[in-house]
Design a protein around this ligand. Sequence first.
Ligand SMILES: Nc1ncnc2c1ncn2[C@@H]1O[C@H](COP(=O)(O)OP(=O)(O)OP(=O)(O)O)[C@@H](O)[C@H]1O
Length: 459
Amino acid sequence: MLPVWVKILILPIVLTWLLIWLIGKLARLVWYYPVAVVALVLAAWIYSGLGQWWLLGLFLAISNGLAAWWWRDVESFDRRMRCARTEIRRLVVYAVEWRTVMRLANLTGDAKGREYRPKLKRIRCEGWRDKVRVRMIPGQAPEQWEQRASGLAHSFRATSCRVRVIKPGRLELDLIHSNPLASPIAAPALETDEAAVDLRKLVVGRTETGKPWRIRLLGNHVLTVGVSGAGKGSLLWSIVWALAPLIRSGAVRLVGIDPKSGMELGTCPEVFDQLVCDNGPYAVELLEQVAGEVRERAARYRGWRRLWSRETGEPFTLLIVDELADVIAYQPDRKLKERAQAAIQTITSQGRAPGFGVLALVQDPRKEIVPFRNLFPHKVAMRLDEAAQVDMVLGDGVRERGAAAHEIPESTPGVAWVKEDGRRDPIRARAFHVTDSNLATLSAYVSGSVLMIEGGAAA
Ligand SMILES: Nc1ncnc2c1ncn2[C@@H]1O[C@H](COP(=O)(O)OP(=O)(O)OP(=O)(O)O)[C@@H](O)[C@H]1O
């Protein structure tokens, strides 16, 4: 309906716009499928220069070479061919199904007759998981994706799906295909160099991404929760294993309470400066003694230093309580129970700055059992019985972000979901498997006097 002169006038604008649009599409293609684009260009060049038989011969030679590589060394093949794998999965899984899955999962929206659909951005396939970046549509919240995570996993044939926020409006979905923490991880060689041990990042295992699992002890308290047999002991001993040179030199002092008659901590009593193997008056007295030390040291540091450091010449004290519930909840003597609770609360609330840390292990995370869970900034959820327990340990919303500690299989003790205060996303990791022979090595390495009280008798 436009006059001809107007059409002639806007033609260059339309053509330029079309050209820009085409270049954009091409750039997108090269960005998302670089291997395929290079292979296609090379194939076209060989075909035009050398002919079809050369192309076929080269194709067969490369295919055979790749097959032989895969057969000889699957791991390196998987690692090096990640780009090609990513492109294939993008093409045959995500690009094909994205639109339908988004519509059926109710993640699209309509406004003014136009459909808004989340945009599929960069994908990275790592073998055990696909990392899929997404741009949400306006008005959408990550929680909407978290609620649909299970449906998304099934749609893309993954075992589970986790949702991570990258930046405002951008998400990363982890579509999990296998468990990289399925096999036990042996403890590393015992560290003997004091300078190599950093209380801010103690290596106690490996995360599912293959990085070291680091725990901060300085200025921190760690609460580990898991059913019986979840592998809580392995985290405890991994921490002690990593601390070995500092325990030996006296820079770190371990104080232990094991209400299970020393079944856990008693397997390597040499590492402890003080160890009580019951939940009675001796355990409470030890807790009160440590609480007194906390107050005394905090009073001395007042106005002088804000956080303990090695230069003070005083040891960092780690209080380890195996089965905390036995000390602060199941204790039948009400007075002892209250004294124990008060002492632990003093240590956890005031101990971080003057160089005291608490590592508490417990099976039951309910509020009636551990009423002051919030005083532990670092929470570790090993295998749990119910989904509600995950929320109790890690906090609200963390399970929706993927931390399904209630789904950790019995066959993988030592696997845990870890949540640090101040970090939005939980991490999944497995503690080192510290064996009895490791503990024998540890006790031979560490020298120190042991005060062991069993059922009230000093030994
Ligand atoms: N990180 C690990 N890797 C492999 N096996 C492990 C690991 N941690 C623990 N195990 C094995 O799992 C079993 C149970 O471990 P552990 O006793 O540490 O569990 P727990 O949670 O402390 O149980 P409880 O509360 O009954 O003491 C043991 O046989 C141990 O060898």
